[in-house]
Design a protein around this ligand. Sequence first.
Ligand SMILES: *[C@@H]1O[C@H](CO)[C@@H](O)[C@H](O)[C@H]1NC(C)=O
Ligand SMILES: *[C@@H]1O[C@H](CO)[C@@H](O)[C@H](O)[C@H]1NC(C)=O
Length: 263
Amino acid sequence: MNPYILVSLVLITFYSYSQIVLDVFDSPSPPRSLIDFEYLECQQMFDGNSNSLARGTLFKFNDSVILEKISESSRKCEDFQRIFQFFLEPKSEEELHFPLAYGMLIHENFVQLSLLLSAIYQPQNQFCLAIDGKSTQEFIDLVKMLSDCYPNIHYFVTDEIVWCGYEILTSVFQCVEYLAKLPSDWKYFQYLSGVDAPLKSNLEMVRILKALNGSFNAEIQPFEYYRLRRKMPWNSPLPLFKTSLSATFSRESANFMISNEVQ
Ligand SMILES: *[C@@H]1O[C@H](CO)[C@@H](O)[C@H](O)[C@H]1NC(C)=O
Ligand SMILES: *[C@@H]1O[C@H](CO)[C@@H](O)[C@H](O)[C@H]1NC(C)=O
């Protein structure tokens, strides 16, 4: 297997955001009574209106109503599903036959994570959630609940993750490995953080990923050797390259990565 490497194509299907709750694309929103929201004046923000920008920046999403509802519930899966309305059936034949896999590194904001998942969740897709080891027990318990409620949501708790730490890489790789070993016939892997928001529907992503035709989509740059310091020998038998974690690649590539002896 020899995946093509498309260096120039940067596929923007996700956009990182924080603390601004969107009406999640293509998916029913939780009831307004449960969700804290703020109408942001987007056009004014783009025009540089400082009051609108300040409102947008200062808005902090208050998720306590939903968290309380879930924590008090004795039927957590039913209540969670009622609030977030994950698609419990594939939306189309085409999507059913092209399942997607997601690896995510997460550490807080369960409600925001659930909003993201509600947009990309379909029963044929697979989700691996790597929880930062320094997350609160409350957060870990909530993610565990998710994985108890939905058979295609998997999680594990990693070592503590520090900014730019090596654990980021090993956690994501652990997800790739986990997903590649699943019996599910998923076709493409995407990496997300818990605070991304989809810009494309699942069907649009299926079509984009089909068009990639097995290509490995990543931004690749020459490796900055000074970063190695004394951690590894400089005389690596392979030339090293640096890429973003936000790579998108096929199941075949994932299988190759986890079975290749050079890891
Ligand atoms: C969040 O909302 C709850 C319920 O409406 C309220 O009691 C609480 O004070 C709010 N928290 C913040 C930080 O605004
Ligand atoms: C898709 O990839 C295969 C090789 O894996 C190639 O034979 C075929 O021409 C490609 N199709 C397109 C539309 O590029």
